[in-house]
Design a protein around this ligand. Structure first.
Ligand SMILES: C[S@@+](CC[C@H](N)C(=O)[O-])C[C@H]1O[C@@H](n2cnc3c(N)ncnc32)[C@H](O)[C@@H]1O
Length: 258
């Protein structure tokens, strides 16, 4: 049990109500996509309207627990409809739900990756969205200097030879592959965030000592990244199987980045 990293087992729709208002600096989460992934306790096959109700409720409750200058990062992807196989843009649907809950969209980030399946009746999907919402469009944390990246070529360094450039809204991060999951003993976790990607979000949107929340925590990558960067975290997860996994990951994968 690590007092800086709380793990709450239960339904986000209920457990978010137990968090103090104006307490959380950043929410980073990837909800289930409703595509029948095998999550264990949670059945990933609710109807689209139930999914929308869940996300809308989570947006509303999240707005209450977020600080005035807080951010909400939602990772969703285009998904094939279970019956028609038509592609459903979950990011577009989520955008309108977040607007209705009173959030402002700051960036629509494209997360590009390589390792994924290759369907033969449409192009191979190689991106997911990370929608960055803020509570107050005139007042939010953005630590740009903490996430600058090297120039691509030496000649590109402009005025400062050691200069760095601003990241764009297109990000490349490898998905967590099966080999890495096996090494971590997490082979049966279906959808893990890459830790370096979450570290970038934590750095840019919060400061040391702040509290970061993931209401759909899964294996707890948000808690791991927060710990590495001297932030606190709260993980809410419906499946109690993850409680042990999250606390072990916080301990075993600690790699101080501060
Ligand atoms: C896409 S996964 C999150 C994976 C996570 N980003 C990681 O790095 O491991 C979504 C998680 O949400 C959980 N979940 C589904 N419905 C929930 C609810 N109503 N409240 C809390 N957790 C829920 C599922 O059990 C699943 O572990």
């Amino acid at each position: 049990m690590n007092k800086n990293h709380q793990i709450i087992i239960g339904d986000a729709k209920e457990k978010l109500k137990d968090i103090k208002p104006n307490y959380i600096t950043t929410i980073i989460t990837s909800p289930p996509y409703n595509i029948e992934k095998n999550y264990g306790k949670y059945k990933d096959n609710i109807s689209r309207s139930e999914w929308e109700e869940l996300i809308f409720e989570v947006f509303n409750l999240s707005k209450k627990v977020l600080k005035r200058n807080g951010s909400f990062f939602l990772n969703v992807s285009p998904v094939p409809d279970k019956k028609t196989k038509e592609i459903i843009p979950l990011d577009a649907i989520s955008y309108f739900l977040a607007k209705e809950a009173g959030f402002f969209l700051r960036n629509s980030i494209i997360w590009n990756f390589n390792n994924m399946q290759n369907p033969t009746k449409r192009l191979s999907g190689r991106w997911e969205s990370i929608l960055w919402f803020v509570k107050d469009i005139d007042n939010y944390i953005f630590n740009l200097n903490d996430i600058k990246i090297p120039y691509l070529t030496k000649n590109d360094r402009r005025l400062d030879p050691n200069g760095k450039r601003n990241p764009t809204d297109v990000w490349y991060f490898d998905r967590v592959n099966n080999m890495t999951k096996k090494k971590l003993g997490l082979s049966d976790v279906p959808t893990m965030f890459p830790t370096p990607m979450i570290e970038r979000i934590v750095k840019m949107s919060s400061n040391k000592g702040d509290v970061i929340l993931d209401p759909f925590a899964g294996s707890g990558t948000v808690a791991v990244a927060s710990n590495n960067l001297g932030r606190k975290s709260i993980s809410i997860e419906i499946d109690n199987r993850y409680e042990d996994i999250i606390s072990k990951r916080i301990k075993n994968e600690f790699e101080s980045k501060i």
